[in-house]
Design a protein around this ligand. Structure first.
Ligand SMILES: Nc1ncnc2c1ncn2[C@@H]1O[C@H](COP(=O)(O)OP(=O)(O)OP(=O)(O)O)[C@@H](O)[C@H]1O
Ligand SMILES: [Mg+2]
Length: 321
């Protein structure tokens, strides 16, 4: 297990078995700084969602897919940190890891879980019973593993294959306020299912030279999805990893705001090394560092999203953690 001192960034490699508690206090031997650290959750510690105990809701979840065919633009980081922030606003959130890389699952500290592949091929009980209740209040995960790669081979092109996820989410979607789906940087079974299921697509984009190309590509795909499988789908660009001291970053940010004027979130996520550190620690960035700039911006994004979906109920009571 890797532990990073948030003060001087010294990294320590600790043996997992030496750490009993999921959260512990460590002192950096280099700078003497005391800090909270987290070890990855062990398989036997996973708490599965007791659906019988959850209250049935009458309204349906708002389903958000986070997608861009361009790699490394913060799709997974956005799912994790937006989902965590929505949960902190009192919303019941399900994160769906719909990427073979399973980065979202790993970023929450889980390994060796079931996935949608096992659910479809009968190797797992059902999607409902495979949901994992994370250690964060109001936040659940439907995990992924490397078997997801087989889904494409098995189902791509089969009649109505784009509707498989939507069908499987039907029995549970009224139990959540938000379902946030992570997608891979490619178009195939997983992305087409996520886009067919979503009410809204968040398109994370870095402020780099080729970003508009990536956005145009995904908007074109969303246009096709709108015509074929999901007429109500909407999309908005989220500017990520923005560097406010960098002229090129500022120029491209202004260009994105001009080109996609009313289709860009007001909130901008800045480049913040804490995001990467939190990923190493298997935690959302605000849980790792409550002052993280990007973490607080994801909190603003959650509020912006809640306002947009229902201006009358900005945010339910915030949960102090
Ligand atoms: N705001 C940020 N500041 C600094 N680093 C960030 C930020 N957001 C994401 N990162 C880092 O950038 C890298 C890519 O992020 P992430 O994995 O979320 O992208 P992705 O779009 O999901 O990638 P892929 O296409 O491979 O799935 C990661 O190392 C992540 O920690
Ligand atoms: Mg990813």
């Amino acid at each position: 297990m890797i532990v990073v001192c948030p003060n001087c960034q010294t990294q320590y490699d600790l043996e997992d078995r030496l750490v009993q508690e999921p959260r512990f206090i460590a002192r950096c031997t280099k700078c003497r700084h005391l800090f909270s650290a987290y070890r990855p959750v062990r398989v036997e510690e996973i708490r599965f969602l007791d659906l019988a105990a959850t209250k049935r809701r009458t309204d349906m979840a708002n389903i958000v897919a986070v997608s861009n065919q361009k790699g490394g633009v913060a799709k997974t980081s956005t799912c994790l940190n937006l989902g965590f922030s929505l949960a902190r606003e009192g919303k019941r959130v399900l994160l769906v890891d719909f990427d073979v890389q399973a980065n979202l699952t790993i970023s929450l500290g889980y390994k060796e879980t079931v996935s949608f592949y096992e659910v479809l091929s009968g190797g797992a009980e059902s999607l409902e019973e495979s949901l994992v209740q994370t250690k964060y209040q109001n936040l659940w995960l439907f995990p992924s593993n490397k078997n997801m790669v087989l889904l494409n081979k098995k189902y791509f092109g089969a009649p109505n294959f784009e509707f498989v996820l939507k069908d499987r989410l039907l029995p549970i979607k009224e139990r959540f306020d938000y379902i946030v789906i992570d997608t891979p940087p490619s178009i195939e079974f997983l992305t087409l299912n996520a886009l067919t299921t979503a009410h809204q697509v968040v398109i994370p984009s870095q402020c780099d030279y080729l970003s508009t190309h990536g956005i145009d590509q995904i908007l074109k795909l969303i246009g096709l999805i709108k015509a074929k499988t999901n007429p109500a789908i909407t999309a908005k660009v989220l500017i990520t990893m923005f560097e406010k001291e960098n002229t090129a970053s500022k120029m491209i940010c202004a260009k994105l705001n001009r080109m996609y004027a009313d289709r860009t979130f007001e909130t901008i996520i800045e480049l913040d090394p804490r995001v990467r550190e939190a990923q190493i620690m298997g935690a959302p960035v605000l849980a790792y560092n409550a002052q993280s700039k990007a973490g607080l911006q994801y909190g603003q994004l959650a509020k912006e999203m809640i306002r947009a979906s229902d201006p009358s109920q900005e945010a339910a009571r915030p949960i102090a953690r």
